[in-house]
Design a protein around this ligand. Structure first.
Ligand code: G6P
Length: 489
């Protein structure tokens, strides 16, 4: 069934501006010899400014995506188009470790309208099950279009004849179509790192048609899970004249491949780190935390989709059990600061810190603190040491595209011990059914699952962890990247 066309324009102000008819371009300004066969387009560059020996230079950004794609881009003599993360900050294109970095300028007004507004206050909550109310503002949409167009133009300039372009994530959903209009010769893929919502939610978006058509400019559209691919296909069927045929959608005479490409981690890096003598020594030091207690760990960006507040409530509930006390377990919550200029994030921080204070105030004793809360980004080595000492890892997002923390924990458990408690609503749950799966909205169920985790029969635990480790071992982020790029040919 398709929706009536008049329902599409809605009463939400002017129609999306000039998404169509960008003049095909003959790659102005960049000589063909300097164009790349493979171009990555992502909101941010794979490098960030860092002070090295008192001088400001560029260093590779942390994170799985960058470490997975960098070798491939390097090998292809490729280029990465992205933003530096600073307003009006656009250094000339530069090479870093054999990758050409092309910075796209984004003005202060565009950072507010496109990145903080449309991306992180409209699309982010909407795509994450509307766990916070998405805001729809027309003055955010135009900057989003403008920023997407600038990225598309830069990608069009940088790509060699018949080359491949891989566009990442929700910040850049209009780029595939814009790029196709500018450079019909290139093949392009789009990968969404966050969930693609059910049609009932997506249809609220005042600019739904423009976003959908933007995405359909790609030749391959990848999602984290089959559910995301299904939601998208169903939407394309309902909203526009696109015909789903198995794994492809036929639209305007083109066949577009739509599928699940679950992202993973650099498994070997985590497994090797778990063997590092320095990290193991650090883990030994952290054991001091234990004092006869189980260590329950959570590591999240301080984001409302991660369910940190409900998880703390569940821990409080568990502590309140007659047969339990603060001598049984300590909860370590690492919360990495994120998007701090957005008010919902400020509210979440306040709520989380209030709860930590409440639990420690109510239950703490001299020298025994039930919740250890760290609001900071841990260095990689420290993070692994925490994984090594954690008896239970609680990963309970309300909604999450994948959740790599779950996979990271599993990859470091070389002795197949440790228990992973995982939200049913994390993409990772589709691949890790041997975790203790839980509904993160159900505080009672979470408290019961904490109890199950701390008392799990070691043999059962070991069987589960072994199965999960095998999944993560077989499918690392390198395979993920290679498979997607292969699909682009
Ligand atoms: C999610 C998104 C990424 C984003 C990251 C951090 O994982 O899928 O694209 O980079 O969150 O968010 P930030 O707004 O700090 O880039």
């Amino acid at each position: 069934m398709r929706l009536a066309e008049d329902a599409l324009s809605g009463s939400h102000g002017p129609p999306p501006r000039s998404l169509t008819i960008l003049e095909p371009m003959a790659s102005q300004n960049v000589p063909a010899a300097q164009q790349s066969e493979l171009v990555i387009v992502a909101n941010t560059l794979p490098v960030r400014r860092e002070e090295v020996d008192g001088e400001l230079g560029w260093a590779q950004s942390p994170g799985g995506l960058v470490s997975a794609l960098s070798p491939i881009v390097r090998e292809a003599g490729g280029c990465w188009v992205g933003w530096t993360g600073g307003a009006d900050d656009a250094p000339e294109p530069f090479r870093h470790e054999d990758i050409l970095n092309v910075a796209v300028p984004v003005s202060e007004v565009e950072v507010a309208g496109s990145y903080q507004g449309m991306c992180n206050s409209t699309l982010w909550p909407l795509y994450h099950d509307a766990v916070r109310p998405p805001e729809y503002h027309r003055h955010w949409w135009n900057p989003y279009v403008a920023v997407n167009r600038r990225f598309a133009e830069e990608a069009a300039r940088r790509t060699a004849l018949g080359g491949r372009v891989w566009i990442q994530d929700y910040h850049l959903q209009l780029v595939p179509r814009m790029l196709r209009e500018l450079r019909p010769d290139v093949s392009s893929g789009f990968f969404l790192h966050i969930p693609f919502p059910p049609i009932e939610l997506f249809l609220r978006l005042p600019w739904r048609r423009a976003v959908l058509e933007g995405l359909l400019g790609a030749d391959v559209i990848g999602f984290q899970t089959p559910a995301g691919a299904y939601n998208f296909t169903r939407l394309a069927d309902r909203l526009i004249e696109a015909e789903p045929q198995g794994e492809t959608i036929r639209y305007q005479g083109r066949d577009i491949r739509v599928g699940a490409f679950p992202i993973s981690i650099d498994t070997d890096r985590y497994a090797n780190a778990a063997l590092s003598p320095e990290i193991r020594e650090r883990a030994e030091q952290l054991q001091q935390l234990r004092r006869g207690r189980k260590i329950i760990l959570s590591v999240d960006r301080l984001d409302y989709t991660k369910g940190i507040d409900l998880r703390l409530k569940a821990f409080l509930e568990w502590l309140g059990r007659e047969d339990r006390s603060i001598r049984d377990a300590v909860m370590v919550q690492v919360a990495v600061p994120s998007r701090e200029r957005i008010s919902e994030y400020q509210i979440l921080r306040r709520d989380v810190e209030e709860l930590v204070g409440q639990i420690n105030g109510e239950y703490g004793e001299l020298g025994v603190v039930p919740v250890q809360y760290f609001r900071r980004n841990l260095p990689f080595e420290e993070l692994i040491a925490f994984y090594l000492v954690a008896d239970v890892m609680l990963v309970t997002p309300l909604c999450d595209g994948m959740n790599l923390v779950a996979k990271e924990y599993v990859a470091t458990r070389l002795e197949d011990d440790g228990v992973l408690v995982l939200s049913e609503f994390a993409g990772a749950a589709a691949e890790l059914p041997d975790a203790l799966l839980v509904n993160p909205h159900d505080v009672n169920a979470m408290a019961a699952t904490i109890e199950q985790a701390v008392t799990l029969d070691p043999e059962d635990g070991s069987r589960r962890m072994k199965a999960m480790r095998e999944v993560v071992r077989r499918h690392s982020v390198h395979e993920w990247a290679a498979q997607f790029i292969e699909a682009l040919v």
